[in-house]
Design a protein around this ligand. Structure first.
Ligand SMILES: *[C@@H]1O[C@H](CO)[C@@H](O)[C@H](O)[C@H]1NC(C)=O
Ligand SMILES: *[C@@H]1O[C@H](CO)[C@@H](O)[C@H](O)[C@H]1NC(C)=O
Ligand SMILES: *[C@@H]1O[C@H](CO)[C@@H](O)[C@H](O)[C@H]1NC(C)=O
Ligand SMILES: *[C@@H]1O[C@H](CO)[C@@H](O)[C@H](O)[C@H]1NC(C)=O
Ligand SMILES: *[C@@H]1O[C@H](CO)[C@@H](O)[C@H](O)[C@H]1NC(C)=O
Ligand SMILES: *[C@@H]1O[C@H](CO)[C@@H](O)[C@H](O)[C@H]1NC(C)=O
Length: 808
């Protein structure tokens, strides 16, 4: 089509354009005329022949707060569903623009006389034939010669964030185009976001969601079943294996939160048919090499491997790694078959098409480097043998789906298996400390200060009204390295609590008897100091008996002498107790209720009483530490955000938090407010009452969620059915039953879909304390991340742009 390379000569302005019947949309847009088309936001648009899609201008407010206008295509009956944008990174500054055909290209001009805002970059052809541009019923906007069927240009070749049926992603070898999806910057901002969905052809074709270029999720079988994978001389492509008709259209979208969502649009309704990722096991290589994420979302070593050594992971976490129990030699004859696996990443795999199981096994035995093999679909119909050499990367297991993986083992390792569970307390402390990272506590002045006072403030007691003032000063005071070295017995191994991303955490005891947790930074950790500076200041200055306490901060020129001192908390984290199935840690209702109230008080302080309005954004039982009196301390402020000035909402760059606890507005739209914490608190409250993890229901994929089940029981008046059996065994008084009912009702109010419908934490405290008699009846809870999968009908949550868009 575009092979005529000689015709660079400028063709005298050949303006061929399409005209509008006044104030009426044009069906088909196949009319041609010699006038450019004036588009405007509120009047002029182009509609496909069967009125399925519409092309026109719409307005959106960018993250910067500035309005921009965009030439886009949307589903006519759901104007908020924009499927393509011409000028996503070059918005028009006002609501009128001109679309024209000139020099065999399409141009979008604003009212100014500058360069076009957008144009197609086709080589100019000398051709007298008239051109037409039209919007087809499949959502493709095309440019072609009026007497030919083939397209000179089509919007399908330049996807934004949406794959429509008939459209292809991947590599078009003839045009040398790589077609990928790029997310919106936020739900409201169509400019290119951080997430891309690209087709990788690592031997076995799959899709990869990347975040600023780093792999974040690799697709699995559930995705492969949705698409047709074609590998030919002309292309390597993925397209939706779905046919579409006038009344129903399915679109695959890369959401602004970096998830793939297949939505069915029927009339004015949306249904989610597919959503990926589903849980933390879907994170690319979430467990590290030669380890897999099991069905209870924990990491286990592959057969032949065991836990050994640690390495830093991210800023605040450390992870153990799986090492071989004994080296593979060239003579191994044994394989262990592991069922229901997501096969490892195939970037460095060897593929033999049309080779069967037996032959594949033989080849793997013959190749000393081969560590595992599998038989898998090759995309284009056939199946073949895939062999891995070296480390196995990005593995997980499923309950029922998945494929068989054969792992080569030294004979003596067959069957042997050992798992290590890192103690939650260590994880929590490391997490909590790491976020504050890269700081030292300057201690001697504190000591001096305390000595000069008759009653030094106790570290684990609630602060006296004046100690917070004292504390404020600590942030700017330097502390003696040697004092801490002594307190931790020279950072001895026996005092190690765990290793974090940028250092090791030690238990210590100060001369006055106070226990502390000390993080000693590794030498190379200097880099993050400036970035974390604000956060450290922030956390250092909030003080509340229900928040974990940083005891001060300051930096020195010797990075390996940078220390961070934190209050030591005896009793591990809340999840240890409420999700305990061993019967070892029983927490009666009285204690649970006190813990709930403590968390609420901590949150009220964060949300409104501290000098800053702080949103935690990662509330979950693992981040609630319990001291020796079982007083809850909210920890890990790694994701916390402040709201400046009068702002009530903030925008996150990506959806943050932990699956199962992330509020819908944050998950879908990257928007947060104090109500996002209320949602996470609600989930946690229901977990405390039921003793069940919200995440546990992910395994079932049948549309149930903990929230749903509790809602069902509540609406049937059978609340006590879902109460943690441990509690029921302890024969509750009627007063306690009443408290439990109240908690369930409050929990359900907190997990409402719409942030406005959730109570504030202050109201929650009043409700818990029965200061308010009337509690609203809850509505059904928000869908959790994975419950949309089975496609329960849910009405679309139309973003505000919907109302400002619809060009008619
Ligand atoms: C758009 O901008 C042009 C030039 O800046 C101006 O003349 C025109 O009135 C504006 N139109 C609207 C609707 O604001
Ligand atoms: C497209 O991707 C393929 C394979 O990933 C690569 O070889 C090719 O150079 C890319 N083409 C362009 C234009 O980026
Ligand atoms: C496409 O879908 C049809 C019916 O749903 C199914 O029979 C077929 O195997 C699918 N094709 C691919 C390549 O997945
Ligand atoms: C369109 O497709 C939907 C779903 O595939 C189907 O239920 C419906 O009957 C189809 N309608 C027509 C007019 O073909
Ligand atoms: C998953 O791994 C954890 C820790 O290694 C283990 O305790 C648990 O039993 C495993 N779950 C399953 C279903 O295998
Ligand atoms: C095995 O790996 C080594 C080192 O990476 C390489 O030199 C050798 O050629 C490989 N052998 C086979 C059969 O691939």
């Amino acid at each position: 089509m575009m092979t005529d390379n000689n015709s660079y000569t400028f063709f005298p302005l050949f303006l061929l354009v399409v005209s509008f019947v006044l104030s009426k949309s044009i069906n088909g847009f196949s009319l041609t005329a010699r006038e450019p088309v004036k588009l405007s936001e509120d009047k002029r648009s182009i509609i496909s022949p069967d009125e399925i899609f519409e092309l026109g201008l719409f307005k959106a407010t960018r993250l910067s707060g500035i309005d921009g206008w965009y030439l886009g295509i949307w589903y006519k009956r759901l104007p908020a569903t924009v499927v393509w944008i011409a000028n996503r990174d070059h918005p028009l500054s006002n609501s009128t623009a001109t679309l024209k055909i000139s020099n065999t290209n399409l141009f979008l001009d604003d009212e100014q006389s500058g360069p076009p805002v957008w144009k197609t970059n086709l080589i100019n052809h000398i051709n007298e034939e008239p051109l037409v541009a039209e919007l087809l019923d499949n959502g493709n906007f095309v440019l072609r010669y009026s007497n030919r069927k083939s397209f000179l240009w089509q919007s399908f070749d330049y996807p934004t964030d949406t794959l429509l049926p008939g459209m292809k992603l991947g590599w078009d070898r003839t045009k040398n185009l790589n077609k990928t999806l790029t997310s919106w910057a936020s739900l409201y901002d169509p400019s290119s976001g951080n997430y891309d969905f690209e087709i990788e052809n690592w031997k076995v074709s799959h899709g990869l969601i990347t975040n600023t270029g780093q792999p974040e999720f690799r697709t699995d079988l559930s995705y492969s079943n949705l698409v047709n994978i074609a590998e030919t001389e002309e292309e390597i492509s993925h397209s939706l294996n779905i046919t579409t008709n006038v009344s129903s259209i399915s679109i695959l979208q890369l959401t602004s939160a970096g998830a793939l969502r297949l939505t069915e649009l029927i009339g004015g309704e949306k249904r989610t048919l597919f959503y990926f990722p589903n849980d933390r096991c879907d994170y690319y290589n979430s467990c590290g090499e030669n380890s897999y994420c099991n069905t209870s979302n924990n990491c286990e070593c592959m057969a032949g491997f065991q836990w050994g050594g640690q390495y830093a992971w991210g800023l605040t976490k450390s992870r153990q790694i799986c090492v071989r129990k004994s080296q593979l030699s060239c003579h191994e004859k044994e394989f262990k078959k592991i069922r229901n696996m997501k096969l490892p990443d195939t970037e460095y795999a060897i593929v033999d098409i049309k080779v069967g199981l037996e032959e594949c096994e033989k080849r793997c035995l013959k190749n000393c480097n081969c560590t595992a093999f599998a038989i898998t679909d090759m995309g284009n119909g056939g199946s073949g043998c895939v062999m891995w050499t070296g480390d196995l990367i990005d593995l997980r297991s499923y309950m029922t789906e998945g494929q068989d993986l054969y792992v080569k083992l030294p004979a003596d390792d067959l069957g042997g298996k050992r798992n290590i569970n890192i103690k939650p307390i260590i994880g929590s402390i490391i997490g909590g400390l790491g976020l504050l990272g890269l700081v030292i506590l300057c201690y001697w002045l504190v000591i001096t200060r305390n000595r000069s006072k008759s009653n030094s403030p106790s570290i684990t007691e609630p602060p006296s009204s004046d100690s917070s003032k004292v504390f404020e000063d600590w942030g700017s005071i330097c502390m003696d390295y040697d004092v801490i070295a002594t307190a931790t017995e020279n950072f001895s191994d026996s005092n190690t609590l765990g290793k974090g991303g940028h250092g090791t955490v030690y238990k210590g005891q100060l001369p006055d008897g106070h226990k502390i947790a000390v993080k000693k930074m590794t030498a190379d950790s200097k880099g993050g100091l400036t970035g974390l500076g604000n956060e450290i200041n922030l956390i250092a200055k909030v003080q509340h008996s229900n928040l974990i306490r940083l005891l001060g901060s300051c930096s020195t020129s010797r990075p390996d002498h940078n220390l961070l001192v934190y209050e030591y908390v005896e009793n591990s984290s809340l999840d240890t107790y409420i999700f305990d199935t061993t019967g070892q840690y029983v927490l009666n209702w009285e204690k649970r209720f006190e813990i709930i109230k403590g968390i609420v008080r901590g949150l009220i302080y964060l949300h409104q009483d501290s000098r800053f309005r702080i949103i935690h954004l990662d509330l979950k039982p693992n981040n609630i530490l319990l001291d020796k009196k079982m007083i809850p301390k909210i920890s890990d402020f790694g994701l916390a955000q402040t709201l400046e000035g009068n702002a009530t909402i903030g925008f996150a760059r990506t959806a943050v938090g932990t699956f199962g606890y992330i509020a819908p507005e944050l998950r879908n739209d990257n928007v947060y407010s104090v109500k996002s914490d209320v949602y996470s608190f609600g989930v946690m409250l229901l977990e405390i009452v039921s003793g069940k993890k919200n995440m546990e229901f992910i395994k079932n994929f049948d549309g149930t969620s903990l929230l749903r089940i509790i809602w069902d029981s509540w609406s049937k008046g059978e609340v006590l059915e879902i109460v943690d059996p441990v509690l029921k065994d302890s024969s509750l008084s009627s007063l306690q039953e009443e408290e439990i009912r109240r908690c369930v009702q409050i929990g359900l109010l907190c997990v409402h879909e719409s942030p406005e419908d959730r109570p504030t934490m202050t109201l929650v405290l009043s409700l818990l304390g029965k200061e308010v008699d009337f509690i609203d009846r809850p509505k059904p809870p928000a869908e959790t991340e994975w419950t949309g999968i089975k496609g329960e009908a849910s009405t679309s949550t139309a973003p505000p742009i919907g109302s400002t868009m619809g060009a008619r």
